[in-house]
Design a protein around this ligand. Structure first.
Ligand code: AMP
Ligand code: ZN
Length: 434
């Protein structure tokens, strides 16, 4: 079953022709309407007319997360404000969010991209789609939502949290698809098991899980506990949101909606474009975006591409799972966390020093998150009342900044090792390679 067979199974030459037409239009539109990008192109000595072939994209300058920080909030918007019908945002390095704007056509394209994935996962207008991604500025909830509406399914906007209620709706409304982060899927699966609900008691057939890295082992756990087929969905706010690529379940990796998003893989050091099969940083160009097009956006996500025809019959290029990131952004329990945000919080609390360590790990497919921080000279960790009050204060401030909780361990001044060189602030023992 295909949602859009003409595009999903297009001949390579037809797809490339469409991509080139769209790329040229998009670059001209961006040059015309986004002064910061025009400046970048001028500095690189390239004009929209220089884009004659798809390979000419390599002449264009990259965009990075710094462009978002420098042009916060709407400096990268290309459409007039009257045509922007939606805003989303994702956290950025300095605590300044990366803001995205969408026109009506952008929302329709987003719905189309997610609809293709839901169809790959066997869903149609008879389906009941239970969306447990968070609703709000995060693109997860409304991204899955618009896909479900596009295929004409019944969409349940659960949002995340209150796992007991999730289970009640999941069973009572006979949901056929679950959309959430893989870690939350596992929480739901475990709660189902605890409640004595097996795959036969649940109507679920498939899940669309993404927004954070996950492993094959985790996929197998979720599939067997809920008796479903788990599909991987990739995307990011800067480019649109979830739905840039979705796995079909027949072949490796995720099919990219390449009529909408043009992928390249680069070596993050030399910035050279790498061939199929080689791991590097994914760079994405939107081909049909109006609100906030991005050209050669460096996603920081590490993966590889393949153009081999897939067993499902689709001809679209596939990207592998995400193996990690080239920057310091951590995704913990589905939430983006930058070490700099934690440092900012620590810096505002007099009782703490800036000697700290962030420990991220995984216990039974669940992320663990701990901050170890040294107290200021002269403060005693034995003073229980003092330590508990401080813990409360730090905990609250971190939750305010990050949106998630964190285990806090106070250390006496001078306990953390000093290596004399760059401080190693983060110890992430999770492994997303298999
Ligand atoms: P956000 O824009 O806040 O939703 O975050 C986007 C980031 O989430 C991406 O750049 C990836 O690092 C990560 N991400 C999204 N989907 C996936 C996925 N399916 N697998 C691994 N990482 C993902
Ligand atoms: Zn396929």
């Amino acid at each position: 079953m295909y949602w859009n067979k003409k595009i999903e199974c297009a001949d390579r030459s037809d797809m490339r022709r469409l991509q080139l037409t769209r790329l040229r239009e998009e670059v001209a539109y961006e040059y015309d309407r986004v002064p910061v990008y025009r400046k970048k192109m001028d500095e690189a000595g390239v004009k929209p007319e220089d884009i004659q072939t798809l390979e000419d994209i390599q002449k264009l300058p990259f965009m990075t997360k710094e462009d978002f920080a420098e042009n916060y909030p709407t400096g990268l918007f290309a459409a007039d404000q009257k045509d922007i019908v939606r805003i989303h945002a994702s956290s950025g390095t300095t605590g300044k969010p990366k803001v995205a704007g969408y026109t009506r056509r952008d929302l329709a394209d987003w719905g189309e991209a997610v609809a293709r994935g839901m169809t790959m996962a066997g869903q149609d207008e008879n389906s009941v789609i239970h969306v447990s991604y968070g609703y709000g500025l995060f693109t997860g909830g409304l991204g899955a939502h618009i896909g479900g509406e596009t295929i004409g399914a019944t969409v349940i906007p659960m949002s995340s949290g209150n796992t007991k209620k999730q289970l009640t709706f999941l069973t009572d409304l006979k949901s056929t698809m679950l959309c959430c982060t893989p870690s939350y899927a596992l929480t739901i699966a475990e709660a189902a098991q605890k409640a004595g609900l097996g795959p036969d008691d649940i109507a679920l057939q498939a899940g669309l899980f993404g927004a954070e890295p996950w492993t094959q082992a985790m996929r197998e756990d979720i599939e067997s506990m809920l008796g479903i087929e788990a599909h991987d969905i990739y995307g990011l706010t800067e480019v649109t949101g979830p739905g840039v690529a979705i796995s079909c379940g027949k072949g490796e990796g995720m099919h990219i909606s390449e009529d909408l998003f043009y992928p390249e893989i680069i070596d993050p050091k030399t910035l050279e474009v790498l061939p199929d099969g080689e791991r590097g940083e994914l760079v994405l160009t939107t081909l049909h975006k109006q609100g906030m097009p991005v050209i050669r956006y460096r996603t920081r996500d590490i993966c590889y591409l393949t153009h081999e025809k897939c067993a499902c019959g689709r001809t679209t290029v596939r990207m592998s799972r995400i193996f990690g990131r080239t920057d310091d952004m951590l995704i913990i329990k589905g939430v983006n966390v930058f070490p700099s945000q934690i440092e900012t919080v620590i810096g505002t609390i007099d009782e703490l020093t800036l000697n700290y360590k962030i420990l991220v790990g995984r216990v039974r497919d669940r992320d663990t998150f701990e901050l170890q921080v040294e107290l200021a000279e002269g403060l005693e960790i034995e003073d229980i009342a003092f330590v508990e009050a401080l813990r409360e204060k730090v905990s609250h401030a971190l939750r305010e900044m990050l949106g998630i909780g964190c285990k806090i361990r106070f250390l006496s001044a001078g306990t953390l090792p000093r290596n004399g060189g760059k401080a190693v602030r983060v110890e992430d023992t999770r492994n997303f390679n298999d």
